[in-house]
Design a protein. Structure first.
Ligand code: ARG
Length: 460
């Protein structure tokens, strides 16, 4: 039976149940590459400052590479008696090299080791997620370009409000996801600081070179305070927050599309590839992919909450509670990667039902604001124009008419300022394109956004 590397001061042995309870291999074994990279860098640093000889460093480095291959090939299975990835790999090194292997943990603690492994791991995974987010942003730009000439009702309070270009709608999500991308980049920068050499909590009496270790591991900075370093998980919180706003936006997009996919809206047809049927009702085609994304959002929001609650009562510095920092983050990484893997395809596959959308455009007096603004251009104060058009709406409702059904004579009853030129205002296309204020829905403005968005993505 393997003994824990810390067993020296213990007379009794750990209960079997405690070993199971205490191990973190079910999560941190996926850090094995980072743990080995961290140890190799640490070994090189120990050589540089004279704490390892060249021969020792070379042997240790070689053995660590061998251990990596053993793990990759499935020849080395970790043992829960050795608690975590760090002690399993170190014990194997000692098994291979004897006392020489026992030198690797010089001027190092698992507290700075786990922090180093986790930051290296997050840098890699956040980069991968950012690449996937970039693909989603590109998919949205493509849809916006393709759909710029599709007009549909825009909503406030889920009531017909004003007509918008569908390109403008897709670009709205572009900007939300672009902010999430930037938040993810900021989380990456937070992770990009090297903890190695903070020791258990207070640093070390040995003459280490933390900046050299950081350089070898491709960290941009070195953490400033050892107590802060081993107690800090802010970079994970920032990753979880960036993930939470991202999922929140995904969930809202899903909700929009789920509504549009109902018989009542009937704006879109979803691709069969991302829908499923009912076991009982032969008529059903359900938007399950969208519902699942909306549903999986809760788990990610909970993950942020989970880690915040874990940390809030912890005194400095490391406390074992912090081992629980992996589950919520891993859950979030998996969820984001899975969703990002299919959402661009799903969006590409959405078909717009233009005939049905056209019918909706006739309802809800979408051009009411346009007429009010037309009257403003004739010099009528806006508050008065609002009332005038409100009365016209009321007249239409009472007489079961739409604006398009009103003659110029009928319009004349509401205001002397209405002339023949009103007709040019009463078109959906004109209503969209006349909203050319900066950031408005006019196609010229959507094109400007697309251009800006494209150039932003080029600098990534
Ligand atoms: N498995 C531990 C974790 O994930 C590593 C650090 C353990 N440190 C300690 N002092 N027990 O947090």
């Amino acid at each position: 039976d393997k003994k824990a590397l810390w067993s020296g001061r213990f007379a009794g042995s750990t209960a079997d149940k405690m070993q199971k309870f205490s191990q973190s291999l079910d999560t941190d074994w996926s850090f094995f590459r980072e743990d080995i990279a961290g140890s190799r860098a640490h070994g090189k640093m120990l050589l540089k400052v004279g704490l390892l000889t060249a021969e020792e460093q070379q042997k240790i480095d070689q053995a660590l590479l061998e251990i990596e291959t053993e793990i990759e090939q499935g020849d080395f299975k970790p043992d829960i008696a050795l608690e975590d990835v760090h002690m399993n790999i170190e014990a194997r090194l000692i098994e291979k090299l004897g006392p020489m292997g026992a030198k690797i943990h010089t001027a190092r603690s698992r507290n700075d080791q786990v922090a180093t492994d986790y930051r290296l791991f997050m840098k890699k995974r956040i980069r991968e997620i950012m690449q996937q987010q970039d693909a989603l942003l590109n998919a949205l730009i493509n849809r916006a370009e393709k759909d710029i000439d599709v007009f549909l009702p825009g909503f406030t309070h889920l009531q017909h409000a004003q007509p918008v270009s569908l390109g403008h709608f897709w670009m709205a999500y572009f900007w939300k996801f672009h902010r999430d991308f930037n938040r993810m980049a900021a989380a990456f920068d937070q992770a990009d600081q090297c903890p190695l050499g903070a020791g258990a909590l207070a640093g070390t009496t040995l003459p280490i070179d933390r900046h050299y270790s950081a350089k070898l591991l491709d960290f941009t900075n070195v953490t400033e305070n050892s107590l802060d370093t081993v107690s800090d998980r802010d970079y994970l919180l920032e990753f979880l927050f960036a993930s939470s706003t991202f999922m929140l936006h995904i969930s809202r997009l899903c909700e929009d599309l789920i509504l549009w996919n109902t018989q009542e809206f009937d704006f879109i047809e979803l691709p069969d590839a991302y829908c499923t049927g009912s076991s009982m009702m032969p008529n059903k085609k359900n938007p399950d992919a969208l519902e699942l994304m909306r549903g999986k959002t809760s788990g990610v929001l909970a993950s942020l909450n989970d880690l915040m609650i874990n940390l809030k009562g912890l005194p400095l510095t490391y406390n074992r509670d912090m081992q629980e920092d992996k589950r919520p983050v891993f859950h979030t990484l998996d969820t984001l990667e899975e969703i990002l893997g299919l959402l661009p395809d799903l969006l590409n596959g959405v078909t717009m039902k233009s005939a049905s959308i056209k019918q909706h455009l006739q309802k809800g007096f979408l051009l009411a604001t346009d007429i009010a603004e037309y009257l403003v251009s004739k010099g009528v104060p806006f508050r008065h124009t609002h009332h005038i058009v409100g009365q016209a709406v009321q007249y239409c409702l009472e007489n079961n008419k739409e604006f398009a059904d009103l003659s110029l004579d009928e319009w004349g009853k509401f205001s002397d300022s209405i002339g023949e030129d009103l007709l040019s205002v009463l078109s959906i296309e004109a209503a969209v394109d006349r909203r050319s204020s900066f950031g408005g829905t006019a196609r010229s403005e959507v094109k400007r956004q697309i251009k800006k968005a494209t150039s932003l993505l080029e600098t990534i």
